[in-house]
Design a binder for this molecule. Structure first.
Ligand code: ATP
Ligand code: MG
Length: 754
């Protein structure tokens, strides 16, 4: 009997070797499918990491769609499809193709032999075995047509493109089908809108003058039908617009968040949170414009094109009057534009500042309260409110002037034209102008519809100005260089943990002094490095460079011989455990916080990590243990408890490299002793970089690097440094003054006792 764990095509000599669905377990299926995807991605030059794949809890084996999503996240093009044998033979260009077999595993379609009518199929889990020739009938036994196609992306996707008006328009045009339907509905609506005025014209002229009741009934019936039809059509148009804008909204939301996540941390450190959120939220103004005003104005213009001939047909003089007045309105609005643009820009700046103050205050409320500086913040807020109030008022005033000037003209279109028409009617001999009482009313009704697109068109230019400002605001955030390329490409070596700094210098953007100045050192894999130095000497900067947070350093920084900048960023950060002085815990349970969304971790792993971090005993004392809920900002935990959770969170994935930046400084001596006692155990099998002000916790380190003003002064074990490094000796003596004094007194008393 064949081994139940054998992949479908492994023992391929006979078709009996193909196990049915029940004989392949989920683990094997998972491995086989992931390996197939990894192999094909590698064929296209992209290294995928199986750890990045998320198997959702309701799936036993990876679905074609989830595999496609995983591949797409690496920048490749991927599509899950169902094809027939004949189509399969035509997929030559897309080779290698992944066949998703019915038993949950996958096979690689490596080639075709058309003469023999067979395909060449390989098992992803045994890459060295020669591919098998499989005929159609045999393939169909374990394959129902599911394939996963992967190829290199031919053009920059919408996701990668710079954010701009063109980008947004492309997004709108993506909804071509919807747009076509809206257009059709709107054109029909425009035509329908012309009908009622004509019917009313007929009613007035015929019914009034000839007193025919039957004509009136007919006209009434037609009006009812037209109205009903108009109601239905406008319902359909609104429905389509709603659907379209909801879809656009979702697309924009997804895109914006993805872009935000791809921005480097440097950007967020540089820009106030309030400013970022305010600027990004401007995108919804743009969306409203695109799906609201823009669509409506464009549609109105269609109405205009249909209506104008009718107006000229009824009375050329009146039509010219309407056109002239509407154009005047449009021109007036255009004249006000520069002023509006200027004030609007001021308003936006003021609003951004106001938003930043709000977010900053809410964020730092604890500090505001403890320093009792509510008044200072309030004053700042009041100033910002006044500033934006002034700008808003100025903008409102200008708009008010524009509206005041245009109002008489707009009124002329609907009322004045009626008077002019009546004047023409009175002055000319009966019947010579073709104007009747009915046509005057009809003209008045239609005239208003001509004016509104023209005015709308002029106002649109104003809206476009606003939108342009919004777009520049959004792009100030979203068009910053992202880390996407570094997160997708690059090497994914298995780390041993050797770290080498060669002449590394680094200056923070916008700062004068070098934060690191020609730092040289190297540590072998699996050892502990302590970093000491006065505040501001560059300890955290070294930790940041190691994590790839800042990448524009000069010199060489190597991990296991590979240049750090050539390593895939996600892979690098996943291989690192990092605990900082200030750690953010997400809303959720203790267990969820330690797992932090990483797949394949169980409660046992959580308990093991918590034990190593010295957190087990306090977690067990919590009311609901590992299921205790942690609030936003983790208000229900003490600083030390938070710290230990963060250590557990870093340890749970068993990282090859662990960075602790002042990780134990918030701990009470007892818990610090607990973590320190565990440090040697934690350090086993990994490289550790420990930054600490308390030198006593570094004495066990294999090497200690002493930094001073960004320079590496010395490196060596504790004993050696005490002897030869004056800065280290000084720091050590400062911290051990009491112990030293105690020892001196003891010595003295011993001496006195003698
Ligand atoms: P501490 O012990 O106080 O944490 P440190 O040794 O970790 O100090 P670093 O944070 O590495 O010091 O800072 C080194 C220098 O770089 C300091 O002069 C600091 O002012 C500067 N610096 C640190 N972070 C930034 C930043 N995000 N932007 C600009 N300058 C920075
Ligand atoms: Mg620091």
């Amino acid at each position: 009997m064949p081994d139940a764990r054998t992949a479908p095509l492994e023992n391929s000599a006979s078709s009996d070797a193909l196990p049915d669905r029940s004989t392949v377990d989920a683990q094997l299926a998972l491995r086989s499918r992931l390996q197939a995807v990894i192999t094909v991605a590698l064929h296209h030059g992209v290294e995928l990491d199986a750890r990045d794949f998320r198997l959702s809890s309701d799936q036993a084996v990876p679905s074609p769609a989830s595999l496609a999503l995983w591949v797409q996240s690496s920048g490749l093009w991927a599509k899950a499809a169902r094809v027939r044998w004949r189509q399969l033979l035509r997929l030559e260009e897309s080779a290698p193709v992944i066949l998703l077999l019915t038993n949950g595993t996958a096979a690689l379609l490596a080639g075709w032999d058309r003469e023999k009518g067979v395909v060449l199929v390989a098992n992803p889990l045994s890459p060295d075995a020669p591919p098998l020739e499989v005929a159609e009938l045999r393939l169909k036994k374990f394959w129902h047509g599911d394939v996963l196609l992967i190829r290199r992306e031919r053009r920059a996707t919408l996701d990668e493109a710079q954010f701009s008006f063109t980008w947004l328009m492309k997004l709108v045009l993506h909804e071509r089908r919807n747009l076509r339907e809206i257009l059709a509905a709107s054109l029909t609506l425009s035509v329908l809108q012309i009908l009622p005025p004509f019917l009313i014209m007929a009613a007035i002229d015929r019914v009034m003058t000839h007193h025919t009741l039957s004509t009136l009934s007919l006209i009434t019936l037609m009006l009812v039908i037209v109205t009903g039809y108009e109601a239905l059509l406008s319902f359909a148009r609104r429905e389509i617009v709603e659907v379209m804008s909801t879809r656009l909204d979702a697309r924009i939301n997804v895109h914006v968040f993805r872009r935000l996540l791809a921005l480097p941390i440097e950007f967020f450190e540089r820009t106030p949170t309030g400013e970022t959120t305010h600027k990004v939220s401007q995108i919804f103004k743009i969306r409203d414009f695109l799906t609201g005003k823009l669509v409506n104005t464009v549609l109105d213009v269609f109405t205009l094109v249909i209506l104008l001939p009718f107006l000229f047909w009824m009375s050329a003089t009146l039509a010219w009057l309407v056109l002239a007045a509407s154009t005047c309105v449009g021109l007036t609005v255009l004249c006000f534009l520069p002023a509006i643009r200027h004030v609007y820009a001021q308003l936006i700046v003021a609003e951004v500042k106001k938003g930043s103050v709000l977010v900053e205050t809410v964020h730092g409320m604890r500090t505001v309260k403890s320093l009792a500086i509510e008044d200072v913040r309030k004053q700042e807020w009041d100033e910002r409110v006044a500033e934006s109030g002034h700008a808003r008022l100025a903008a409102g005033r200008i708009a008010n002037w524009a509206q005041t000037i245009t109002l008489p003209l707009e009124r002329f279109v609907d009322r004045g034209v009626l008077l002019c028409g009546a004047y023409i009617l009175l002055m000319s001999p009966a019947g010579s102008t073709g104007i009747t009482a009915g046509s005057l009313i009809a003209f008045m009704m239609l005239g208003a519809r001509v004016a509104s697109p023209l005015i709308g068109f002029a106002k649109l230019t104003q809206d476009i100005e606003e939108v342009r400002t919004s777009i520049s605001q959004v792009s100030e955030v979203l068009n910053n260089p992202t880390e996407t390329a570094a997160m997708r490409g690059g090497l994914r070596p298995k780390f041993q943990g050797q770290i080498v700094f060669e002449e590394v210098s680094f200056r923070y953007p916008g700062s004068q002094a070098l934060a690191l100045n020609g730092v040289n050192f190297s540590i072998p894999a699996g050892t502990m490095l302590g970093l000491v130095g006065r505040s501001g000497s560059g300890k955290s900067t070294i930790a940041r460079l190691l994590q790839g947070i800042n990448r524009d350093y000069s010199g060489r920084l190597k991990i296991d011989g590979s240049d750090l900048r050539e390593i895939n960023l996600t892979h690098l950060r996943r291989s690192f455990g990092v605990v900082m002085q200030d750690n953010f815990l997400f809303r959720g349970t203790v267990r969820e916080n330690i797992i932090a969304g990483r797949s394949g971790l169980t409660l046992d792993d959580v308990v093991r990590a918590a034990r190593m971090a010295g957190a087990e005993e306090f977690i067990e004392r919590l009311p609901r243990g590992y299921e205790t809920w942690i609030e936003e900002g983790s208000a229900n935990l003490s600083g030390g408890q938070r710290q230990r959770l963060a250590i557990a969170r870093a340890l749970i994935v068993d990282p090859r490299l662990l960075i602790l930046d002042e990780a134990t400084s918030a701990l009470d001596p007892e818990s610090e002793a607990l973590v320190n006692a565990n440090l040697l155990r934690i350090a086993k099998g990994r490289t550790m970089v420990i930054v600490s002000h308390r030198l006593s916790s570094l004495v066990d380190c294999d090497q200690i690097l002493v930094l001073d003003k960004g320079r590496a002064v010395d490196i060596g074990p504790h004993g050696d440094l005490l002897e030869r490094c004056s800065i280290y000796r000084q720091l050590w003596q400062q911290q051990n003054k009491h112990a030293e004094r105690g020892r001196q007194t003891q010595l003295k008393s011993i001496a006195a006792g003698e």
